[in-house]
Structures are given as structure tokens and as C-alpha cells.
Ligand binder design. Structure first.
Ligand code: 3H9
Length: 678
């Protein structure tokens, strides 16, 4: 491996090149290299200007996250300050995705020239952090506190053109001309005398911002949602206030202490875990670049209901033509109608043109003949969840599909191995479990049957990426990872309700934890009929019998007003009471918020441990990702397994035992040995 930072001098210009693949993260070697380069630029009389650039796909995409939670040394901010203090002009030549510490480095340079297709951002908030290398102090001075807060609170990058308009960069040029443009700029600057522009000393914006007393209230209002549950946004606000009100050096002190506080927090530990876990799911031991893939150029989908239709949209969106099969014309028409309506709604919001809607619809062909699937590369079955029906579908499909075609089921809990056994090609069968609505939800569970080939699994995982979803590999079991994991949560919440804890209290505790809605409201949203078998005498079964199907029809546990705000339904409370009596359950005093939280979450952690122990999931991080992407588990809690580690495994084992639930062997072992899941 070469040096992470090299310096060459040509015609009085020092060209400082960063080379630290894959994203030129500002790890120790890069920071030390930049520190030495700054010393050389300062002391070498032959150097009259400098350019900082990067090899590879991007200017640094940030600090090296792997060094956290330690405070890295030498500290980024100190190195950047040294660069800004240089008496010779320093130009940052920016390309790719210049993020976090990378943008902070660029802001410490005196000038910035950027490739016109590059992006710049400060995504630290997504890691539970803030831009801790003077970013909260330099950005408000360059583009104003309001725009700076917009970037820091959303964490979203902006395009080069917008950066130019905002005053964040001085010039944009086509990527191919970037180096030449930087050299041209340096040459012109060498001939010029006068003070260098230093962001830390720029007071234009701070003076304006000080004269705008409503600024921070306005920002709080505009970005209200970003503040929910998380601590980093308030810390960012504190730092930017300091940037507006205090001299740079004092602002830096505020930033450093806030950064270190966040770095030591559970939230950043959880979010950094999620960052790595999201990227790790795609890695499957034994499957690599050499594993042959099946080329998926066309797809068949059986069933044009909610799931089938949503899956068809995923493929159409990815530019892969779809044949959509139904048994009856009216069901097919209905399915295609729903798809069209979804696309038209997107067009109404301005996110598709009318022509795009037509061309997407053209890529989905409806048919009543399964025989039409004889030439597609992949078939996904999305029919009613009955093994009897699936047996018939797969037996027939096997006879129709061409040799080498992959046959997948979208079942959410049925046995993939049993389904595969209906065919003469079990090695070509797998589960592709989408979450509803399939065109929106970002998770894809790829379910590996006993006989699924490596090539089929590799193709399934790749498909996740093609469809812009995060693929997670699961083995066969009832409910795979996400649904199996959350089943105890749903059961526990209903037991609490049955024993007399009010529904609104159960839901409030879980909202407080960070879920968008609590488990009881979630049941109403999913639809009580969807989760209940006909004739069931459970609470949900009795509610369905009373024609209460949830939000969509007559309310469920809650009654809903026209704004979909729920209040506990007296009719539902009556039904709960009857079910309680019929089952001989005694009402107990309502549980405390802590008892609700642990009563709902400990069983999930226990199930997660079993999923891991049985090899259903490859790693604890995969379980966390399925919970976050499939069930909107708050990412700042890290998912159930990371949360368990932070919360304390011995406490969870003791709590489970008190509830009369046997802790899984893996959980008990980890708790006893001081181990952790993540
Ligand atoms: C920060 O800067 C704090 C400072 O304010 C203050 C300091 C005091 N570090 O995503 P990909 C790895 S906080 C270490 O698949 P893409 C990644 O894990 C940082 N590793 O590629 C993966 O490894 P592997 C603020 C990193 O092309 C590989 O690179 N910056 C980092 O889809 C490829 O990543 C961010 O939060 C990193 N900073 O997307 C930016 N970044 O191959 C985070 C990536 O072993 N990064 N890796 O799985 C990104 O958003 C995307 O990676 C990026 C490329 C858009 C750059």
C-alpha cells in the first residue's frame, strides 16, 4: 500500500493527494499525512500555493467511523486549523461525495473548486454526531446559520450547483477539468498579494444572523421532525448559536465539548452500529464475486393483489419488464388499476411525468395464462397464504418455466423447503419476502431453502440492490427473521391489554421509545382481518366479527376521526372485557411505563437470540436491520439486539425469568459471560 497522503511540487504549487480507498476516509494516516504536508507547505520556500485533492471516487467522505468512539489523534480540527492558518493559498479540489470531515477539510482551505457532478454534505447527525472538526463553526460563516443548519439537521448532501449558489464553493467545472482548473486557480493566486479568505474569520454572515432574532425558532419549526427522540440536533443548534454569537475559538470549545458528549452517547453507538450493519447484510459467507449470477432480464409475478402489484412496481421501477398473472379478468383489471393509480398519484406530486407513467405501465403486461411465463428469468409467486394453493402453483409453474429460471415465493411464513419439493428444481427455489407496501418498504428478506443453490442466493441478494432495497438473508422458519422477531411483541401487547393495561398507555410508551406508532394502533393500521383467521375467538377475531376491521373499516381497538386520530373505542373495550371473561383472565392493575417497555421488548430480544442461535439470521446486525427497515424500529435505538447490549443482557435475563419466559441459551450464555450481540 502506498502513502495515504503524498505531496508533489510543480511550478511552485504543492499538489497534496489523498489516497485511502474506498472513500478516502480521514483515518490516522491521512490526518498525519495532511499535518506533515501543512508543515512542508509552510516551510518550503519553493512552494507558493497548494492544492488538496483526492484519488479515486471521492474527496474524503468523512472521518474514519471505525476510529470512534475514541477521540481520534491528531484531531481533525487541529490539522484543519493548521491548514487554514497557512500563509500561502490552499485550494480544495472536490469531487464525488465530499461528506463530514471531508467537507470540513475543504472549508478550512482558502478556496474550493468542485466537479459539477459532485455532492457535499454534513451527514454526522445520521450517526448521532455533529460536524466536530469545526464544521458547525465554519459552515454558518460561509453560507449563513439557517442554510448551514438545514444541511446539518437533515444530513442530506447538496449538489455542486447549489453549493456554488450558496457560496460554499468558489467555482464548479466538469470533473475531467478539475485538476487543471485547480492549477489555473493556484497559478493566478500566486501572482496576487493580499489577505487570504479564512472562513473562521469571516463575519459577514454572523453579523446578519445576529440581527435576526427569530432565526433559531424558525429553524426549530421547519426541522421539528428531526428533533424527535434524538439528542444530536439540539447539540448542533447549540454549536451554531455559538458560531453566531461568539468568536471562532470560543465556538470551537463549545463544538468540541458537544461532539465528545455525543461521541460517548448510546445514540451514536447505536447509529454507528446501524451504519455498519446496513452495509454488512449483503455479505454472505461462501458467496463472492466469483459466484455466478442468473441474469434477470424479465420477471413473472403470480397474483395481482396488494403484494403482487407492489412487487410488479418494484421491477418496473428498476426497468425490468414484468408479466403479471391473475386467474380472473376482473382481479387482473383491479390489480393493474391500483398500480396505475399509484403511479398517477406520484405524477400528481410531480415525481413522474405522464409519459413516464405510461412507459412504466407498458412494462407491466397483464395475463390470465400462466403459460405466458415460459420465457421469463424469474417468477415470484404472491398468491393467498395457503400451502395447498402454493403447492398447486409451484407444481404447474415448474412445468411451464424455462430451465434455469428461478422460482420464488413471497410467502411470509410458509415452508420454502416444502414449496421447493413441489418442483424438480429445488436448487432454483428461494423465498423473496417483500414487506407491504412492497414498492415503498426498503427491506427484502432473501430466504435460503435447504437446497437453494449459491447462485440463486447470490442472485436474490443482488436483486435487493437492483430494486434499491436492503437484502437480508434468512433461513427457513415460521416467519423468517422480521415477522418471527416481532410476533412476541404483538402477542405481549395484546396480553397486556387483556389484563387491563389501557391501550393508549401501551402505545404511548412505545412512541416514547421511538416507534411512529404503538403496537395496538399498528394492528388497527395493518387491518384486524388481515392478521386474524376466520372464526378466531381472540380479541382481534371478536372485533372482526363485530365488523371492526381497523382504520380502514369502522375502527378497531380505536375509533378514528376524519383526521385518523384514534380514541379508545368503548365498543372495543366491551369486546376486550368479554374476551377476558370468556378466557377466565383476571384483570390486574395497569402496568407501569417501565413494565410495559420491558414486557414488550425483552421477549423480542429473546426471540432474536433464538433466531441467531438457530442460524436463521447470519448475524445480530441483520436482525437489527430487519427490525429497523421492516418494522420501523427507531434506528437511534440500534434495533433490538444492539438495544439489548446497551440496556444490559443480565438485566434482560433476570426480567425474562421474572415474566416466566425461559431465556434462550445464547442469551443466557452471553449474559453470564459478559458478552454482547453486536
Ligand atoms: C465525520 O466525518 C465526523 C467529523 O465531523 C468529525 C470528526 C472529528 N468511515 O457506503 P458504501 C466504508 S463522521 C469508514 O458501501 P457507496 C463502508 O463501510 C463521517 N468507512 O459505498 C464500506 O465498507 P465495506 C461522516 C467508511 O459507494 C465502504 O466504505 N461521513 C466510511 O454506496 C463503501 O461504502 C459519513 O457519514 C467512513 N466515513 O457510498 C459518510 N464511509 O466495503 C458515510 C464509507 O467494508 N459514507 N465507509 O462494507 C457514505 O455515506 C457512503 O459510504 C458514501 C459511498 C456515499 C461515501
Amino acid at each position: 500500500m502506498g502513502e495515504a497522503v503524498t505531496v508533489s511540487v510543480e511550478n511552485g504549487i504543492a499538489i497534496v493527494t489523498i489516497a485511502n480507498p474506498p472513500v478516502n476516509a480521514l483515518g490516522h494516516s491521512v490526518r498525519s499525512g495532511l499535518d506533515k504536508a501543512a508543515d512542508r507547505i509552510d516551510s518550503d520556500v519553493d512552494i507558493r500555493a497548494a492544492i488538496i485533492r483526492a484519488d479515486g471516487s471521492t474527496f474524503p467522505a468523512g472521518a474514519d467511523i471505525g476510529e470512534f468512539p475514541n477521540v481520534p489523534q491528531p484531531f481533525h480540527g487541529d490539522v484543519f486549523d493548521k491548514i487554514e492558518a497557512l500563509p500561502k493559498p490552499v485550494i480544495a479540489a472536490i469531487h464525488g461525495t465530499t461528506l463530514g470531515g471531508g467537507l470540513e477539510l475543504a472549508m478550512a482551505c482558502h478556496y474550493r473548486v468542485a466537479a459539477d457532478d459532485s455532492k457535499m454534505g454534513l451527514p454526522e447527525v445520521q450517526l448521532g454526531l455533529l460536524p466536530g472538526a469545526r464544521g458547525t463553526q465554519r459552515l454558518p460563516r460561509l453560507i449563513g446559520a439557517e442554510a448551514a443548519l438545514g444541511m446539518m439537521l437533515s444530513g442530506k448532501p447538496i449538489a455542486a450547483k447549489k453549493a456554488l449558489d450558496a457560496g460554499l464553493v468558489d467555482k464548479i467545472v466538469p470533473q475531467a477539468e478539475l485538476d487543471a482548473a485547480a492549477i489555473e486557480m493556484a497559478t493566478a493566486l500566486m501572482a496576487k498579494d493580499g489577505p487570504l479568505p479564512r472562513a473562521s474569520q469571516d463575519s459577514n454572515w454572523t453579523e446578519k444572523d445576529r440581527a435576526d432574532p427569530q432565526l433559531f425558532d424558525r429553524v426549530r419549526e421547519t426541522h421539528g421532525r428531526s428533533f424527535r427522540g434524538v439528542i444530536a440536533p439540539n447539540a448542533i443548534l447549540t454549536c451554531v448559536k455559538a458560531a453566531v454569537e461568539l468568536p471562532f475559538e470560543q465556538g470551537v470549545e463549545v463544538e468540541s465539548s458537544e461532539f465528545e458528549r455525543l461521541l460517548a452517547s448510546d445514540q451514536s453507538r447505536a447509529l454507528i452500529h446501524v451504519f455498519y450493519a446496513m452495509r454488512e447484510t449483503a455479505k454472505v459467507p461462501g458467496i463472492g464475486k466469483e459466484t455466478p449470477l442468473v441474469d434477470i432480464k424479465s420477471v413473472g409475478i403470480i397474483g395481482a393483489g396488494t403484494m403482487g402489484g407492489g412487487i410488479a412496481m418494484c421491477f418496473a421501477n428498476a426497468g425490468i419488464p414484468v408479466k403479471l398473472v391473475e386467474v380472473k379478468q376482473d382481479a387482473l383489471d383491479r390489480g393493474l388499476g391500483v398500480i396505475r393509480k399509484n403511479y398517477e398519484n406520484t405524477a400528481k406530486k410531480g415525481r413522474l411525468t405522464d409519459d413516464q407513467v405510461e412507459s412504466l405501465m407498458d412494462s407491466i403486461t397483464g395475463t390470465l395464462a400462466m403459460e405466458d411465463l415460459s420465457d421469463v428469468d424469474l417468477v415470484i409467486e404472491a398468491v393467498f397464504e395457503s400451502m395447498e394453493i402454493k403447492e398447486k402453483v409451484f407444481t404447474r409453474l415448474d412445468a411451464i418455466a424455462k430451465p434455469g429460471a428461478i422460482l420464488a415465493s413471497n410467502t411470509s411464513f410458509l415452508d420454502i423447503d416444502h414449496i421447493a419439493a413441489m418442483t424438480k428444481r429445488p436448487e432454483m427455489v428461494l423465498g423473496l419476502h417483500f414487506f407491504s407496501p412492497a414498492n415503498v418498504m426498503p427491506l427484502l428478506e432473501v430466504v435460503r431453502g435447504e437446497k437453494s443453490s449459491d447462485s440463486v442466493i447470490a442472485t436474490g441478494m443482488k436483486l435487493g440492490k437492483t430494486l434499491r432495497k436492503t437484502p437480508v438473508l434468512a433461513r427457513v422458519c415460521d416467519g423468517f427473521i422480521a415477522n418471527r422477531l416481532m410476533f412476541p411483541y404483538m402477542v405481549a401487547s395484546q396480553n397486556m391489554l387483556l389484563r387491563g393495561t389501557p391501550m393508549q398507555e401501551i402505545d404511548a410508551v412505545m412512541r416514547q421509545y421511538g416507534f411512529a406508532m404503538g403496537p395496538i394502533a399498528l394492528l388497527d393500521l395493518i387491518g384486524l382481518d388481515v392478521i386474524t383467521f376466520p372464526g378466531e375467538t381472540t380479541m382481534t377475531g371478536e372485533l372482526v366479527k363485530a365488523e371492526r376491521r381497523g382504520q380502514k373499516l369502522n375502527g378497531g381497538f380505536y375509533d378514528y376521526d376524519e383526521k385518523r386520530r384514534g380514541t379508545p373505542s368503548p365498543a372495543a373495550l366491551d369486546i376486550i372485557d368479554k374476551v377476558r371473561q370468556a378466557n377466565g383472565v383476571e384483570a390486574a392493575p395497569p402496568l407501569s411505563p417501565d413494565e410495559i417497555l420491558t414486557g414488550l421488548l425483552y421477549p423480542v430480544v429473546n426471540e432474536g437470540a433464538k433466531i441467531l442461535e438457530e442460524g436463521i439470521a447470519l448475524r445480530a446486525g441483520d436482525i437489527d436491520v430487519t427490525a429497523i427497515l421492516g418494522y420501523n424500529w427507531p434506528s437511534y435505538q440500534g434495533g433490538p439486539m444492539c438495544w439489548a447490549d446497551i440496556h444490559g443482557l443480565p438485566k434482560i435475563v433476570a426480567g425474562l425469568e421474572k415474566m416466566g419466559i425461559e431465556p434462550s441459551a445464547l442469551l443466557a450464555e452471553k449474559a453470564a459471560s459478559g458478552g454482547s450481540f453486536t
